[in-house]
Design a protein around this ligand. Structure first.
Ligand SMILES: *Cc1c(COP(=O)(O)O)cnc(C)c1O
Length: 367
């Protein structure tokens, strides 16, 4: 059996370091916003190239707090429209709703599955105040073009970088997290940088936003038992921060290994029934997922099951077709709907053995 993602194998590489770090945490017993959180925040902001990093409880909170932070600062207000890709993971859209803002769902580019610049331009009205670009599957969205457009129209540009830790632009070697006004990351265990539980972070170069977010994530409080604003409880766990510091050292190597596997798939899968993903060969993709398209998906998944190859669908139901988002069910989003019908993710991870990669290629080619 080739598993879709062998988390045990991924984390076993760090078992000894994790155990030592846990022991130190237990000795220090500073479980909430201890030194390990500030150390990881410093390391991760350095890694992304931003001035600031704020650890949060998870990725959804990171997104929501960015929006609430801008509301607190008077840069967004209730009901403002926020552009989001229609084919994103539902968290992006939920964050906008949780902040009492209005998501505007926009069709993606059918090749990259990332926000389409043309579609964004088509839908841009005066009520739109921000764009959330999602680096879907680990591939950077068209950040420079979206930055330019946002500057022209005085919009905030926000990144959902939950799938793109370490992805880098070709032109300026700028990393995900440093391509917008503020970026949200998730450290959900299966992400390229994954904790041993929930975790998230925000990166930004905006010192005012940074100060506000530090308050918002911690009861609106800077000084214990003194509450300046109406805050939340969304802190990155101190012990998770130590695990993340350990794994961060391996992130570039892990991403490189993912790219090597992706290149093998792209070179050697030659089945005309399988549409391979768009990739320009650069470091702008970290292959959180290797997503192919197939017309008769149920057929293909049965075939993969028969050959003991793990697979997943990122994601099987378009957000506007979810019961929770029935308010958007009237929308006509044919590209998004087509994508959700046809996509399937093949196994890819830094711990996949070469023979496993070869087996996947062989099996997919005989379908
Ligand atoms: C994982 C993910 C999130 C949410 O992260 P959580 O830590 O699970 O809350 C948000 N957006 C995208 C695109 C994701 O993949």
């Amino acid at each position: 059996m080739i598993s879709f993602l062998d988390l045990r194998k991924i984390n076993n590489r760090f078992r000894k370091e994790f155990q030592e770090a846990f022991s130190r945490s237990l000795d220090a017993s500073h479980f909430i916003l201890g030194e390990n959180v500030s150390t990881f925040e410093r390391e991760f902001s350095q890694y992304c190239g931003t001035k600031f990093c704020i650890g949060t409880a998870n990725g959804l909170d990171a997104l929501t707090l960015i929006l609430k932070g801008y509301i607190q600062l008077g840069k967004l207000k209730k009901g403002d429209k926020i552009i989001v890709p229609a084919n994103t993971f539902i968290a992006t859209i939920l964050s906008v709703l949780h902040a009492d803002l209005e998501p505007v769902l926009v069709e993606p580019n059918p090749d990259t599955h990332n926000l389409s610049l043309q579609e964004v331009k088509k839908i841009l009205t005066k009520d739109v105040k921000a764009i959330i670009m999602v680096h879907l599957y680990g591939q950077l969205a068209e950040a420079e073009e979206l930055r330019h457009l946002s500057n022209q129209h005085d919009l905030l540009l926000i990144e959902d970088a939950a799938q793109a830790h370490g992805a880098m632009t070709n032109s300026k070697s700028t990393r995900a997290g440093n391509l917008s006004d503020a970026a949200a990351f998730s450290f959900y265990p299966s992400k390229n940088l994954g904790a041993l539980g929930d975790g998230g972070a925000i990166t930004t170069n905006d010192s005012e936003l940074h100060e506000t977010l530090k308050l918002l994530r911690n009861y609106g409080s800077k000084e214990k038992y003194k509450n300046n604003i109406i805050g939340y409880n969304s802190r990155l766990d101190d012990v998770q921060a130590t695990f993340l510091s350990i794994k961060l050292k391996c992130l570039d190597d892990d991403n490189q290994r993912r790219r090597v596997i992706a290149k093998q798939y792209l070179n050697d899968i030659n089945n005309p029934k399988i549409k391979l993903p768009f990739y320009n060969g650069s470091s702008n993709h970290v292959f959180y997922a290797f997503v192919v398209e197939v017309e008769h998906r149920a057929d293909f998944t049965k075939f993969l099951d028969k050959h003991n190859i793990g697979w997943l669908i990122h994601y099987p139901i378009a957000p506007h077709k979810q019961d929770a988002l029935h308010r958007f069910s009237h929308l006509k989003l044919p590209t998004t709907e087509q994508i959700h019908k046809r996509i399937i993710s093949l196994p890819i991870s830094p711990v996949m053995a070469r023979e496993e990669v070869r087996s996947v290629i062989e099996v997919v080619n005989t379908y």
